[in-house]
Ligand binder design. Structure first.
Ligand SMILES: Cc1cc2nc3c(=O)[nH]c(=O)nc-3n(C[C@H](O)[C@H](O)[C@H](O)COP(=O)(O)OP(=O)(O)OC[C@H]3O[C@@H](n4cnc5c(N)ncnc54)[C@H](O)[C@@H]3O)c2cc1C
Ligand code: SF4
Length: 538
């Protein structure tokens, strides 16, 4: 059987695995951009060197972040390179309908798994009521997805609503600030549960043991620079394994422009990203995992839905600084994982019936670099600012899409060369921001019980769709009704051979993390797709 998967990120590798388990070897079509050779060779050189042996000029290059100072909240880049964000490409022209920061897609090999925050939490059932697949139906696939990733975490009360779907969790040091926060929350654990707040060590997809293509985390603390050891889970080693074991063939440099389902198969039109040459290839079936923005782009182009505005739901993100009563060593002084130390899940009745997801991040080098405090980065500033820095943490919060802003996409009519430009715009919602402010004020009230002042007046909002925490453009429905509805296997337009498997088909976007749900749903579609009906006629 001749099956294509488009994309090599979380959802692409998850569906490729599910199909491989059914004996189907897929062809993975991918734009597959990679880190430049200079940076990649430095990453390889530093991989198993202790940090004190890293040449300073090498570290400086990997630690560059051109987005610092450009926005209120800096963006994470890939070892100093912004290539990871596909803002515009000759084969995929993209324009912005707004001057602000947009949720750009990625064309990277392994997608955003190269730079993600490794936060993993499956949503509670109250956050997926509009999905046509219940949480109990999803559970086997969360377990399948969990087999593909490492997961650390433990303690606290998270399990009451958020099972880990993995029997053994790795042990990661939450650092002095994180440990102290956990201790303070433990003291008032019962009260917090009564008030709708669960907490625990952050659930992170970080290798705590050596694995193929990855070394165990050594707590070096440079997570925001990028992990030279490959300890932060990325799909690239899984892709390499699939190819090595001849379970998949990988074709990079192929931009999938459109699909055309015929009686006998699916004709894919690709553009060679180096030469611009178009090519048509026939497959028996296609699984689209190009990320929510690019999958939407492909489907709009395939159905010639030009100038049609499509709304993507998103999870409104915002940051609230936390001032702790007691000072503890920061992640700069005591190197430890800087992604998130603690997860807090809060359901506040005066806000909504949905959970707000809160990742608490210790004070680290990137936060220090981004702080708008004159002189704080100088030696003297750090010395005199130490009592303050040791009390500061950041709460990175995400709300359900019912209470969030949105992203709009519009594919323009193709130009003379046949290329269509994608216009990306955002719709900021004042009610979403008001809900976020209410959450922040509630956190302030509750935080006092665990020695933490959530400084709600200093709240900062991310632009809609940041980190592509968006989707729902082709929502799965029990009975597809609308032009863009898909069936429960993510098939659009009444087609039978094309399956969209990424977040574009999730009917709503929970505040809890997104990649794990996209993986689980991709595993589900890969396991249930009626392959026998795709029998080859090509
Ligand atoms: C900085 C950052 C931090 C994040 N942190 C977290 C986190 O902690 N937890 C979490 O759950 N989520 C996080 N996310 C979001 C998460 O990364 C995305 O939800 C996830 O990457 C989506 O996975 P995907 O496989 O569907 O798509 P992507 O990761 O976007 O991958 C898309 C793939 O498709 C390929 N592709 C795209 N278009 C085409 C085309 N037309 N033809 C051929 N190939 C194509 C790309 O090359 C790539 O391989 C974060 C995102 C960012 C940017
Ligand atoms: S602390 Fe972060 S960067 Fe360092 S090894 Fe662990 S995951 Fe990688």
């Amino acid at each position: 059987m001749n099956i294509a998967v488009v994309g090599s990120g979380f959802s692409g590798i998850a569906v490729a695995h599910a199909l491989a388990a059914r004996g189907v070897n897929v062809t993975i079509l991918d734009v597959g951009e990679m880190l430049d050779v200079r940076r990649a060779s430095i990453v390889a050189k530093l991989r198993d060197l202790p940090t004190n042996a890293w040449p300073p000029e090498d570290f400086r290059l990997l630690d560059e972040n051109p987005t610092l100072g450009r926005h209120m909240l800096p963006k994470k880049v890939h070892f100093g390179s912004e290539y990871i964000y596909a803002n515009d490409r000759s084969f995929a022209p993209t324009i912005s309908g707004s001057s602000k920061r947009l949720p750009y897609p990625t064309f990277a090999k392994a997608g955003y798994s190269n730079i993600w925050g490794a936060a993993v939490l499956a949503p509670d059932s109250c956050d997926t009521t509009d999905w046509p697949v219940s949480r109990s139906e999803m559970e086997p696939y969360y377990r399948e997805a969990a087999k593909l990733i490492p997961l650390s975490g433990g303690e606290g009360t998270l399990d009451a609503a958020f099972p880990a779907y993995k029997d053994r969790l790795g042990d990661i040091d939450p650092g002095p600030q994180g440990s102290a926060l956990l201790q303070d929350m433990r003291r008032v654990s019962a009260r917090l549960s009564e008030h709708g707040i669960l907490y625990g060590r952050a659930r992170l997809a970080i290798h705590t043991e050596d694995a193929p293509g990855a070394l165990a985390c050594n707590g070096c603390g440079f997570c925001f620079t990028g992990c030279v050891r490959g300890s932060i889970f990325s799909t690239e080693p899984l892709l390499d394994e699939l190819v090595k074991n001849k379970r998949a063939t990988y074709q990079a440099g192929a931009f999938v422009e459109s699909l055309d389902e015929t009686d006998g198969g699916v004709r894919i039109t690709t553009v060679d990203t180096a030469t611009g040459a178009r090519r048509e290839i026939m497959f028996d079936g296609v699984f689209l995992a190009a990320g929510p923005i690019n999958t939407t782009r492909i489907l709009l182009r395939s159905k010639k839905l030009f100038d049609h505005v499509v709304t993507l739901k998103e999870s409104q993100k915002f940051v609230v600084p936390i001032l702790r009563y007691k000072a503890d060593d920061t992640a700069i002084e005591h190197p430890s994982v800087t992604m998130a130390s603690v997860f807090i899940e809060a359901k506040f009745k005066d806000v909504s019936d949905h959970w707000t997801h809160i990742q608490v991040i210790p004070m680290n080098a990137l936060m220090l670099k981004g702080m708008p405090v004159p002189g704080i980065r100088s030696k003297a500033g750090q010395l005199f600012g130490k009592p303050l820095l040791r009390r500061l943490m950041a709460a990175w919060c995400g709300m359900h899409s019912d209470q969030s802003s949105s992203v709009e996409l519009r594919l323009l009519v193709p130009d003379a060369s046949g290329r269509s430009t994608l216009e990306i715009d955002v719709r900021r919602s004042e009610s979403a921001r008001a809900a976020a402010r209410r959450v922040a004020r509630n956190l302030f009230r509750e935080g006092l019980s665990f020695n933490s002042v959530f400084m709600y007046p200093a709240i900062q909002f991310s632009e809609p769709g940041s980190g592509t925490h968006c989707g729902s453009s082709f929502p799965m429905r029990e009975r597809p009704n609308d032009l863009l509805d898909t069936d429960t296997l993510g098939r659009p337009f009444g087609w039978s051979r094309v399956f969209a498997v990424d977040a574009s088909v999730l009917p709503s976007i929970p505040g809890t993390t997104l990649a794990f749900s996209a993986m689980a749903n991709a595993c589900r579609i890969g396991a249930l797709a009626p392959l026998e009906e795709l029998a080859s006629t090509t």
